[in-house]
Design a protein around this ligand. Structure first.
Ligand SMILES: [Mg+2]
Length: 126
């Protein structure tokens, strides 16, 4: 698995479920990416505002304080060159439309598998 591409890239994980967050960190730690974590949408916005050069955000949709849709829209308004990938358990077409119209670049369905995640991130960041 070629994860060289992810080395040194800044990845923000936005996830309110602690075990899911630990799982994503565990997968991505091996790639040499620099990982940032937020528990909700507001924290995510604080991090992208304060930390220059975040390359990609893995954003959960159902979040406390501010949900993934609203957060993605607000981050888009900041005008940053940043990829935003939704992580969602829903495969309903309405949800997908909502995701793509909220400013996300793509989505990944839960449960998330390590190979699939790394492949997707690599294709966005290479
Ligand atoms: Mg959630």
């Amino acid at each position: 698995m070629n994860s060289e591409v992810l080395k040194g890239k800044k990845i923000l994980i936005v996830e309110d479920d602690m075990s899911s967050r630990l799982y994503l960190n565990k997968i991505l730690e091996k790639t040499g990416a620099l990982l940032f974590n937020a528990n909700d949408g507001r924290e995510a916005i604080e991090i992208v505002s304060g930390e220059p050069g975040i390359n990609v955000i893995l954003m959960d949709i159902q979040l406390p304080v501010m949900d993934g849709y609203t957060s993605a829209k607000k981050i888009r308004e900041l005008g940053l060159d940043i990829k935003i990938i939704a992580q969602t358990a829903y495969s309903l077409s309405g949800d997908m439309e909502n995701i793509l119209s909220s400013g996300f670049d793509d989505y990944i369905l839960k449960p998330i598998y390590s190979g699939q995640l790394i492949e997707k991130l690599t294709s966005f960041l290479k």
